[in-house]
Design a protein around this ligand. Structure first.
Ligand SMILES: Nc1nc2c(ncn2[C@@H]2O[C@H](COP(=O)(O)OP(=O)(O)O)[C@@H](O)[C@H]2O)c(=O)[nH]1
Ligand SMILES: [Mg+2]
Length: 358
């Protein structure tokens, strides 16, 4: 044990000096007040400190008692754990960001709208889904599958479908295929008639005549609304009436107005209006097409020219955005073979092929 004396203006201050130097593990030996030579009264205290602590302090080491050692080790461990947790979380977030960014870029590249993708990713925050690329891709494909709609083919009720769309998208060819399907290719043979409102395009009448002659089915060309009404009355005992129209660009207001008058008829049969849309349609044109053709209260979409493109993203995006049910797919020029009843799987499989191709 070592003894040491501390001097201050009062005993408390003197004791504080001792604690400051050696910590609290000191013992007080004596305390007194004494007038120094300069005439000032001072307090002296003498304390006793262990040799060990005395040596530590003399060598300039910080005083650490046993409890302190334990606490500081624990703190260090905690700090290390925190740092590692922070790193792990940081890494995880970075990985998630990387996975989301990669998958998002892939789908955007394939034509799916960033807007739709973001709405999907928002619902996925905090789920396992965003930790794994394959899982995330299949989740998105599933969501696309859920969002797509198919218009079931109703074979029991009489139907009347008008086909609208831009010039050259395949309206007439598709009508010929659907006519053949109902007239000859199903279990039952339906009574089919074609009504042609396309007196505009050179060769349009001949084109449909060609098919109706081969198939031996009714083909009536109509140029005004009154004649149209009369024709529909005459055809009331037909099972399927397919109406071909003049191709309209979305900007062709006059033709739009003319065609709308044919839609607004008071026929006993409901008229379905089907938009014919090529799979090759450009992303930038879709909104205009939809805005203008939705004028007709579209009931379904026929998608044509699947054989002409591998990239179906823009088309899928259109379907996701506007929620229209798909009715038929045209997969080539051959009448009547190249027609499919709309099928989500067909569309998705082709899209997945495109995704896999990177
Ligand atoms: N490759 C391909 N060509 C098609 C398809 N459907 C129609 N066509 C062709 O596209 C062109 C225009 O077709 P058409 O039926 O006259 O179009 P419309 O003006 O909309 O009536 C014709 O040469 C058709 O043979 C298809 O699914 N794939
Ligand atoms: Mg045509």
């Amino acid at each position: 044990m070592i003894q040491e004396t501390f001097v201050a203006s009062n005993p408390t201050q003197a004791y504080d000096l001792a604690v400051k130097k050696y910590g609290t593990s000191i013992s007080l030996i004596s305390a007194r007040q004494i007038k120094y030579d300069d005439g000032v009264l001072r307090s002296e205290i003498t304390i006793e400190v262990s040799t060990e602590i005395y040596t530590q302090v003399s060598l300039g080491k910080k005083i650490i008692n046993e409890n302190d050692v334990e606490t500081s080790t624990q703190i260090k461990e905690l700090q290390a754990q925190l740092t590692s947790m922070k790193n792990e979380i940081h890494q995880e977030i970075q990985n998630e960001h990387k996975i989301i960014a990669k998958v998002k870029a892939l789908f955007i590249k394939k034509g799916i709208s960033p807007h739709w993708l973001e709405s999907m990713f928002r619902t996925l925050v905090g789920t396992d889904m965003i930790e794994n690329e394959t899982l995330l891709v299949s989740y998105l494909l599933e969501e696309i599958d859920v969002a797509l709609k198919v218009k079931e083919e109703n074979l029991t009720q009489p139907k009347m479908i008008m086909f609208v769309g831009s010039t050259g998208v395949g309206k007439t060819t598709t009508i010929a295929k659907i006519a053949a399907r109902y007239a000859y290719l199903l279990e039952q043979e339906y009574k089919v008639a074609l009504v042609n409102l396309d007196t505009f395009k050179v060769g349009a009448i001949e084109q449909l005549n060609h098919y109706s002659d081969i198939m031996q089915i009714e083909h009536i060309v109509v140029s005004d609304v009154d004649a149209f009404k009369e024709t529909l009355e005459k055809l009331s005992n037909y099972d399927v009436i397919l109406i071909d129209t003049t191709g309209m660009s979305p900007y062709d207001t006059e033709k739009f107005v003319q065609t709308t008058q044919f839609v607004k008829n008071d026929s006993a049969r409901d008229m379905e209006v089907s938009l014919v849309l090529p799979a090759t349609v450009k992303y930038e044109d879709m909104e205009d097409i939809y805005q203008n053709f939705s004028f007709f209260n579209l009931t379904s979409v026929v998608i044509t020219k699947f054989d002409e493109t591998k990239h179906l993203g823009s088309l899928l995006n259109f379907m996701l955005l506007y929620n229209l049910p798909m009715s038929y797919f045209s997969v080539g020029q051959e009448v009547p073979d190249d027609l499919l009843v709309a099928d989500k799987e067909y569309l998705l499989e082709r899209f997945i092929g495109d995704i896999d191709a990177g």
